[in-house]
Design a protein around this ligand. Sequence first.
Ligand SMILES: Cc1ncc(COP(=O)(O)O)c(C=O)c1O
Length: 461
Amino acid sequence: MTSPSHQAPNSLEARDRRALVHGLTNLSLHLEVGPKIIESGQGVWVTDGDGKTYLEGMSGLWCISLGYGQQRLVDACAAQMSKLAYYHLTNHKAHPAVIELAEKLLEIAPVPMSHVWFANSGSEASDCAARLCWYYWNAVGKPEKRKFLSHEKAYHGNTIASASLSGVAYAHKGFNLPLEGFLHVRKPHFFEDAQEGETEAQFVARLLAELEARILSEGPDTIAAFFTEPVMAAGGVIVPPEGYFDGLQALLKKYDILLVADEVVTAFGRTGNMFGTTTMKLRPDLIVCAKGLTSAYIPMSALLINARIFDAMAEYSDRLGIFGLTMTYSGHPVSAAVALEAIAIYEDLEIPARSASLETTLLGGLRARLGNHPNVGDIRGVGLLAGVQLVSSREPRRFFEPFVGFGARVAALAEERGLFVRAIGDTIAICPPLIISEDEIEMLIDRLGQAVETAAAELDT
Ligand SMILES: Cc1ncc(COP(=O)(O)O)c(C=O)c1O
């Protein structure tokens, strides 16, 4: 990024700046500073163009759950490409890999599910989930149930509907979003949003009362569904407090509002169970999966649909003459073959149980190293998903002003020390590949610890 060879006109860095658009990036700044180019990966490690290695503490974008260099996935991909590189699912066609994958997902589903719809990314699958909610309510003669509820700071994707479901300003500003009828309610973030002296139970009761008031003011007959992540990842690794989801689900039942669980980050072992739905005791009508489904080796997402919705879809499509949702690559055989092999690996390596048992190593280790640091306010998480929230003062609790950029500084210092983590404001997100060893977790904690200590020392200078 800085050495003279990276400035040469024919360097990869210069070519990147001339040709590529990068997401979640200041594009003007990127034209100046260029990219860090990652060239290879093995296990939990990646190597950049200068030969420097980094512990991939974020699984890329919360996705490469089985780490790099999984030969079984490479072989499954090659074998399927040789046998049947492509087929589609329209007009009554199918192929073996996708049938087997749908059956497997229904077998491991955390609540009874009836059928599976496939797409190519988490955004698309969230988008399809919203479409299916509308289709369902039209099918059963309640077309006025059209609005969606989701949390502030939720992330459900970046297509027009899924960005509208997302509760983050960066997905909206400048893009004429969110669309009308996509409503956001307070996030269940006790550490950040609890009032002075409020207990967790009081906080939960307040949020649920606010939610019920919102449902009533909007009109329950106008609300199609509530979308939630079991643990809110990109919003800052927010683990909803005890009782929140029970109360939320009681309200949804009372007002006949569907529940969509966005398991794009949490499915396939991340939280200590195969699905976050189990960990957080959810009873969703639809479950969105992506990322870990193929361990990011190839794009694919899946939407698990319960019988209530599927039966209505089947009947309605008969009345309309067709189920009009289609995508060229829905259920792509190569992606399906890789997903089947990924699930086989999750099962063979007992990955969910592994995440559950390594929770203490990760969270306990972070607490031992950083729990008493004056700039660490909260360390939270579940399984192998953790957030370290940085504060300007613990007692009394004071958050940094955004212009300080403390979280970003910590992430940059971690990167200098060979560790990739993500700063979400001042929360450092940690989501390593699920095959990480205890030694590697300790290395991760040590490098992050050094980064926090160095950033804090800089504050004093
Ligand atoms: C919870 C959640 N839902 C949906 C998405 C969107 O998935 P994709 O980026 O594959 O479109 C993401 C991506 O980070 C996510 O974290």
